[in-house]
Design a protein around this ligand. Structure first.
Ligand code: HEC
Length: 190
């Protein structure tokens, strides 16, 4: 009994010391928050694990629709070129100011990505990412301004982009005849 009591007291004291140490660290201002200095290994691990667990929990019930419809691909391609290519690049473009300057760095979605997942899991994850975004990363939540249908169209496009040459990408993402592409032009140099 006595032993148990001292173990409990030691546990409480230890937790208090850790909490005070953690608060002192947060208030001290020593942690580099600039995007040009990577996280320490421990902070990276904590954030990465929290994000992956959070996404895995929230994507497990997402029903992935048929993504092979060419109409979806074309609609999604235009949206991708206008809203995403500045950060996530495109076939033939391997860097941009935004891609180089952001931390975490946006993955190059013109290359095969997260091939450790199966096709359905990957699509569900992409849908979730696009709809909800990620806090303090630069990845916006497009769900506040775009319907689920429009987001699935972008997901459909993402499945095919890694197989596209720069020429095919340009054809697939071009706005339909008559819509002169101001939006498309303005995002090219982002
Ligand atoms: C301002 C830059 C920026 C823009 C614009 C942007 N993203 Fe992102 N995106 C990011 C960053 C940064 C991450 C990585 C976040 C992280 O590490 O969790 C990301 C992550 C993602 C991922 C997750 C990739 C994975 O790990 O599976 C997908 C999918 C994605 N974005 C799609 C899009 C789409 C589609 C658009 C356009 C509608 C878009 N993003 C627009 C910055 C951006």
């Amino acid at each position: 009994m006595k032993l148990l009591k001292s173990v409990v007291i030691m546990g409480i004291v230890g937790a208090c010391v850790a909490a005070i140490g953690g608060l002192a660290f947060i208030y001290s201002g020593v942690y580099p928050m600039g995007a040009d200095v990577p996280h320490t290994k421990a902070v990276y691990w904590a954030l990465d694990t929290m994000r992956e667990r959070s996404i895995a929990t929230r994507t497990k019930d997402i029903q992935v629709p048929n993504l092979d419809d060419p109409k979806m691909l074309l609609a999604g391609g235009q949206d991708y070129n206008e809203m995403c290519a500045g950060c996530h690049l495109k076939p033939g473009k391997t860097t941009s100011d935004l891609n180089a300057g952001l931390y975490p760095q946006p993955p190059n979605l013109a290359l095969p990505h997260r091939m450790d997942l199966d096709a359905k899991q990957r699509a569900a994850r992409q849908f979730w990412y696009i709809k909800h975004g990620i806090k303090a990363s630069g990845m916006p939540a497009w769900g506040s301004s775009h319907t689920d249908e429009r987001i699935w169209e972008m997901v459909a496009f993402l499945q095919k982009m890694p197989t596209m040459s720069p020429e095919v990408y340009q054809i697939v993402t071009a706005p339909p005849e008559g819509e002169s592409g101001m939006a498309g032009m303005s995002h090219d140099g982002m």
